[in-house]
Design a protein around this ligand. Structure first.
Ligand code: IPM
Ligand code: MG
Length: 375
């Protein structure tokens, strides 16, 4: 019997609440689906920061490398630690540490979930964003400089206003040929596997970012030429954002550089009914673990009230189970969520109901177990 070792970082805010429901559903389906698992919780994030001054231990990556998968709830609470501290660790530290370059964010609205558009109908939308997650503007290169610092002399001379500012900040993006290639390649493979339109849309912006996006576009054209069975196209990120709202049904697989993908996937979460519905996986090709985390943040404003919607986290669990090879359990969890949301008897306040996080988790656990048993 397969035994999966799962590292859990439940994190801050609503993280622990939604993760508790993930654990409930995991525990419910494991036996009937015929697998074993073991979880280890790591209290990293703001709780850890208060005690240690950083959000995870220095050997955190080494510790996590012994697991088959990582499940992360949500990290961050601006009342406790600055955003630039909580974002960089553990989320970015883990993505970078394990080379989790492919951030997969499916956009398939659930029947019964809140839906913001007059058209198309939600069942016409089914696409996936493949976001590059280790490069671009996220690499953290740059710094803050006085304009007379010799390191930035040339830049300070570029514009009058630069020279007379008290301070200059540089934020450098890095786009590597191999890094662009592997994520674009993955997007094309996904388009081939999906039962969809076999279309890959590239999110780009070469009209303003003449180095990084020109490289991205060249690699995209090259990879596209090797997949003649898949149609390909590019959209500048501004126009593509509009298309996410006006013509989302025209999309199949969208591949995007890191920051563009980050922004686009909060936009696409709106198509799903809000951040409470948007799952995500950070996949690596290395032998290290991949990480599974809902797209939402820690929502400190509603933390501790038991009203957070665990749907995103539960759909993320389904992605993790699929990744671990537990297809029956994965399908049952996804269909269980689908069934509970469609039935509408148990709805958290973001869906206009008054059910608790726990009520939703319980309802999904029951549905998922029944689905495993009939599978
Ligand atoms: C996400 C989040 C992260 C990101 C933050 C927490 C660094 O917004 O997963 O979308 O920007 O990647
Ligand atoms: Mg984001």
């Amino acid at each position: 019997m397969a035994k999966h070792r799962i590292a859990v970082i439940d994190g801050d805010g609503i993280g622990p609440e939604v993760v508790a429901e993930v654990m409930r559903v995991l525990e419910a389906v494991a036996g009937p689906a015929g697998f074993e698992y073991e979880t280890t919780f790591f209290p990293w994030g703001c709780r850890y920061y208060v005690e240690h001054g950083h959000t995870m231990p220095a050997d955190g990556i080494e510790i996590l490398s012994r697991y088959d998968a990582i499940f992360l709830g949500a990290v961050g609470d601006p009342r406790i630690a600055p955003e630039e501290v909580t974002g960089v660790g553990p989320v970015l530290a883990i993505r970078f540490g394990f080379d989790q370059y492919a951030n997969i964010r499916p956009v398939k609205p659930l029947p019964g979930a809140p839906y913001p558009l007059a058209r198309p109908t939600p069942d016409e939308i089914d696409f996936t964003v493949v976001r590059e997650a280790t490069e671009g503007i996220y690499v953290g290169l740059g710094g803050r400089f006085a304009p007379d610092d010799p390191q930035v002399a040339e830049i300070a001379a570029m514009r009058k206003i630069f020279g007379r500012s008290k301070e200059l900040a540089l934020q450098t993006g890095v786009y590597s040929e191999a890094g662009c290639r592997r994520v674009i390649e993955r997007a094309f493979r996904l388009a081939e596997e999906r039962d969809g339109k076999r279309l890959v849309t590239s999110a780009t912006k070469a009209n303003a970012m003449k180095h990084g996006m020109a490289l991205w576009n060249d690699v995209f054209a090259d990879v596209a030429s090797k997949h003649p069975d898949v149609r390909s196209e590019w959209n500048n990120i501004d126009a593509l954002s509009m298309r996410f709202v006006l013509k989302p049904e025209s999309l199949d697989v969208v591949v995007a550089p890191n920051l563009f993908g980050d922004i686009l996937t909060d936009l696409s979460a709106a198509l799903l009914g809000g951040l409470g519905f948007a799952p995500s996986a950070n996949l690596t090709d290395s032998h290290f673990p991949s990480m599974f985390e809902p797209c939402h943040g820690s929502a400190p404003d509603i933390a501790g009230k038991g009203i957070a919607n665990p749907t995103a986290a539960l759909l993320t669990l389904a992605m993790m189970l699929e990744h671990l090879g537990e297809d029956v359990a994965a399908r049952a969890v996804e269909d269980g969520v689908r069934e509970v949301v469609a039935r509408g008897a148990v709805r958290t306040p973001d869906m206009g109901g008054s059910a608790s996080t726990e009520d939703m988790g319980q309802a999904v656990a029951e549905a998922a177990v029944r689905l495993v048993e009939c599978a």
